[in-house]
Design a protein around this ligand. Structure first.
Ligand code: ADP
Length: 550
């Protein structure tokens, strides 16, 4: 019959159209709500979808999670119900589609999980329910229902089944995408945390050579705010002329590394010394990042401040050179005197005076050697942060008297001590003796014989102050600011033996006690005063709870 042919042709065309559209459907939906709408639209094209339900099944909790439902053109939010006895649950359990021609006669009343207006008849009279499968697993169901009985036939089961196949593909894709998004987010958070806590500065560069990411340490190193560094713009297009000098210096060092990354070459390590502002040595390394196919995708540049490391290495070299230089002379003298002594003894010389003079000379120079080696050792401890302070009850006034006494025997100076009262604190007596000895021997060393050196010790409310005053060569303004640098020796002092380590070390001792050292002088030839203060109590014990007096 012509009408029958037309109907089946129409159906065929409709089904072909459906097949085509389903392909597009699978590619389009980004989330489950969007997928629900697309599924409803497609279903409504080929069958009665007055009521439409899209639900997922959660195996672990055995619950049905309705994504969304549609009833007479109104979309309702989903909900959750445990697997029960209805057709939806049955399809989930069996994985088989179900056609319900007359609901009231065939099964339990359908439960629509949204509320209805009172008195309104909402029970559908027929429906189709198909599983959404992934292999043997039931991911969920699609169900189209009608308020008319007999609204569906077997062909509708097939159509809804085809839609369910596409739904399955999209659900898996959406889930995989969600999973990937979660994974990405987790990785991004982890990376973010690593970058933020890294003490090394790190820059991420894209294939064009633009800085696309930099961590906190990199921002601090470059001293740049958001306005100065445009993220995503190549370095040469940044407004470098407005950058601070140090940042410009670093940018100049970065340019060849970025060029290397662009051409797909990694750079193991390079060193640059920053000269503008505070001197700093940076180590730079660049590693190329590649795509799965091996194409260079920019890379990562790491900048590490190695100033401390280099300084320590230089210190070791300095100390070695200094030690070699300073040890050579006394060693030669000791050897000379020892040889002489040996010869004199071998030749049977009897004059005790010469023999004693040689022996005394050997003792003096060996002492000097020992002192020198101790200083070198102490200074290297100080540099390495290993200077230990052993606090003990110490009287600074008594210490000053003792040190002065020991120096008085050899010095040809008048040495006065103004320290009548006890000045007691918890300090490292041995270290303070070293510091005082240094100040006192300098005062003697850098002032003429017969002049006066005065040591005074006084206590204030919170700190004790020691002053060592001499009438010697004095210091000018520039010298006063440099005195405590390691190895510093002022020009007028060069004709007196010394290594420029004593003040550096003494200052370190005082600082380790929480105190301060400084020098005062009115200029060359005007004498100098070296002073230091020490807290009378350690800072942490300075606090005393108030005591109520009855
Ligand atoms: P050294 O005396 O072995 O050179 P120091 O570290 O003790 O080393 O002193 C560093 C420099 O400080 C000296 O070389 C000298 O130039 C200056 N200086 C130290 N004490 C005095 C002083 N009392 N008067 C003048 N200059 C001093």
């Amino acid at each position: 019959m012509p009408t029958a042919v037309t109907t089946s042709e129409k159906e065929l065309r409709a089904r072909l159209d459906l097949a085509n559209r389903l392909g597009a459907l699978a590619a389009g939906a980004r989330d489950l709500a969007e997928l629900f709408r697309a599924l409803h639209e497609e279903t409504a094209r080929v069958m009665d979808a007055t009521v439409f339900l899209f639900a997922l099944y959660d195996e672990t909790s055995a619950t049905v999670q309705v994504v969304r439902q549609m009833d007479r053109g109104v979309e309702f939010p989903g909900g959750t119900f445990p697997l029960g006895k209805g057709f939806t649950s049955e399809v989930i359990r069996t994985g088989e589609p179900r056609l319900v021609r007359r609901w009231s006669a065939e099964g339990p009343a359908v439960h629509l999980i949204y509320g209805t207006e009172a008195g309104e008849l909402v029970t559908p009279q027929s429906g189709v329910v198909v599983p959404i499968l992934s292999g043997d697993r039931v991911l969920g169901v699609l169900s189209a229902q009608s308020y008319r009985p007999e609204a569906y036939e077997d062909a509708d089961l097939l159509s809804l089944g085809a839609i369910a196949v596409q739904a399955g593909t999209v659900i898996e894709r959406v889930r995989a995408t969600e999973q990937m998004a979660l994974e990405h987010e987790r990785h991004a958070l982890q990376l973010e945390a690593v970058l933020a806590t890294m003490s090394d500065a790190l820059l991420i560069v894209d294939p064009r050579g633009a800085i696309v990411r930099l961590n906190r340490a990199a921002r601090e190193l470059l001293c740049l705010d958001n306005a100065s560094l445009v993220v995503g713009q190549p370095l040469e297009q940044q407004r470098l002329e407005q950058w601070p000098a140090t940042a410009r210096e670093i940018a100049a060092a970065l340019l060849p590394l970025i060029a290397a990354l662009r051409s797909g070459t990694s750079i193991a390590e390079e060193e640059v010394e920053l000269r503008s502002g505070q001197r700093r040595v940076l180590s730079l390394a660049a590693s190329v990042l590649r795509s799965a196919r091996g194409t260079p995708q920019g890379g990562v540049i790491v900048l590490r401040d190695i100033t401390g490391q280099r300084d320590l290495e230089r210190l070791r070299e300095d100390i070695f050179n200094m030690a070699w230089h300073d040890v050579k002379t006394p060693l030669a003298v000791v050897r000379g005197h020892a040889e002489l002594l040996h010869r004199r003894l071998s030749s049977g010389e009897r004059d005790r005076t010469d023999l004693e003079a040689d022996a005394a000379s050997i003792v003096t120079h060996v002492d000097r050697l020992a002192e020198l080696l101790t200083t070198l050792f102490d200074v290297s401890c100080l540099e390495a942060g290993l200077l230990s302070i052993l606090r003990w009850r110490t009287d600074l006034a008594a210490l000053a008297r003792e040190v002065t006494e020991s120096i008085r025997s050899t010095a040809r100076h008048e040495i006065k001590v103004l320290a009548d009262q006890d000045v007691v604190g918890e300090w490292d007596e041995r270290r303070l003796r070293q510091a005082l000895m240094n100040l006192l021997s300098n005062a003697v060393k850098y002032s003429p014989e017969g002049s006066t050196v005065t040591v005074s010790v006084a206590a204030g409310a919170r700190s004790a102050t020691v002053r060592v005053r001499d009438e010697g060569i004095g210091l000018d303004g520039t010298e006063l600011t440099q005195l405590f640098r390691r190895g510093y020796r002022a020009e007028p002092a060069r004709n007196v033996a010394g290594g420029g380590l004593g003040l550096y070390f003494s200052n370190g001792i005082v600082a380790a006690h929480g105190g301060r050292m400084w020098a005062e002088s009115l200029g060359h030839g005007q004498g100098s005063t070296f002073c230091f203060t020490l807290p009378l109590r350690e800072e942490r014990s300075a606090y005393r709870p108030a005591v109520a007096h009855a």
